[in-house]
Ligand binder design. Structure first.
Ligand code: ZN
Ligand code: ZN
Length: 362
């Protein structure tokens, strides 16, 4: 019934917006795209107020993520203002300020009913992957009622942008899967944004020590200011020996892998104590060696997980109450029109010392 007038509108009044578009490995552009519209009754269109760039976006730019095709708008993190909602959306209305989850949840499929939104039959990680993402002036959010969160009045929206992905990722895949408890010795291998998010959220459980391991002294300095009790530069390849020296040769209760390469997963296996957990967060592109000849009798739990963002409501409350301060992860600020520059800065982190960049609409 409404098809004809809509088609007419689309033909005569195509509204254009700017977006960061992937054009194959190594190629991206800040260019004109059609502003998204409501496709399904459960959709919302959100005007972006804050977005950021993830390590995953850099993997996409290298061509490591084949589900992302030429022409895709990147980005799966952000905070915005609801611009339009579909007929079935009941929790949000035009003008509401919202946090966008990197994971889309239909809330109805088997996986969603288990709280495993990352494996939602029709959602999961789709933003900036199989559908257009948040590094644009506007984004269409499917299943808006169960994939957006209200931003409390007066909240620090820069900090909330850290809740779209890295904070729940560090918390769920690292801290919860690793079962961090009061008094534990925790080691986090990798002090990038997600490793640091694990460091921040691990402290909710009062571990006795959090040992941070990385190649970059700058990142280790930051880790110290965020609560790391000891920092180890692993450039010499002897980080496992040092962790054992720090722990009376017993090793750590929880080893969190936040890099995603065989060497760092190997370190986790070398430093885990009897009865300990190895919690993998890193995205692995290569097979790793499992040292079962050493671990078979040591009561070790190894976990893998993709973030479900099921803890986002809890983390949101903790950030508002300032029990967690993810703003400290932000090192650089840009306006939306400078997204290309933001990518250059974030992509050259060793030189620019970038952790998270915040990109604001003007
Ligand atoms: Zn991400
Ligand atoms: Zn689902």
């Amino acid at each position: 019934m409404r098809k004809h007038p809509r088609t007419k509108l689309a033909l005569t009044e195509r509204i254009v917006m700017k977006a960061l578009v992937y054009h194959g490995p190594g190629k991206r552009a800040w260019e004109d795209k059609t502003k998204p519209t409501i496709k399904e009754a459960s959709d919302a269109v959100v005007k972006i107020a804050r977005t950021t760039i993830c390590g995953t976006d850099l993997h996409i730019m290298k061509g490591d993520v084949p589900t992302v095709t030429d022409g895709r708008i990147l980005g799966h993190e952000g905070v915005g203002i609801v611009d339009e909602v579909g007929a079935a959306v009941s929790t949000f209305k035009k003008g509401d300020r919202v946090l966008i989850s990197c994971i889309t949840s239909c809330a109805k499929c088997d996986a969603c009913k288990k709280g495993m939104y990352s494996h939602c039959a029709t959602g999961g990680w789709i933003l900036g992957n199989t559908i257009d993402g948040t590094q644009a002036e506007y984004v269409r959010i499917p299943f808006a009622d169960t994939s957006l969160y209200h931003v409390p009045k007066g909240a620090d929206e820069d900090a909330l942008a850290m809740l779209s992905d890295i904070l729940p990722t560090g918390f769920e895949c690292g801290v919860l899967s690793g079962a961090v408890k009061p008094g534990d010795i925790v080691a986090i291998v990798g002090a990038g944004p997600v490793g640091l998010a694990a460091l921040l959220t691990a402290q909710l459980y009062s571990p006795a020590q959090v040992i941070m391991i990385d190649l970059d002294d700058n990142r280790l300095e930051v880790a110290k200011t965020l609560g790391a009790t000891q920092c180890i530069n692993s450039t010499d390849g002897k980080s496992a020996d040092r962790v054992l020296a720090l722990t009376d040769k017993k090793g750590v209760d929880v080893a969190i892998e936040a890099v995603g390469i065989p060497a760092t997963f190997g370190v986790c296996q070398d430093i885990v104590a009897a009865g300990g957990h190895i919690a993998n967060i890193g995205v692995h592109g290569k097979s790793v060696e499992l040292k079962l000849e050493k671990l078979w009798d040591r009561n070790i739990t190894i976990t893998t997980r993709l973030v479900d963002t099921v803890t986002t409501p809890m983390l949101l409350k903790s950030v508002i109450a300032r029990r967690l301060e993810p703003r400290k992860l932000i090192t650089h600020e840009f306006v939306l029109d400078d997204l290309m520059k933001a990518y250059d800065t974030f992509g050259d982190a060793a030189k620019t010392k970038a952790l998270k960049v915040i990109i604001r609409s003007a």
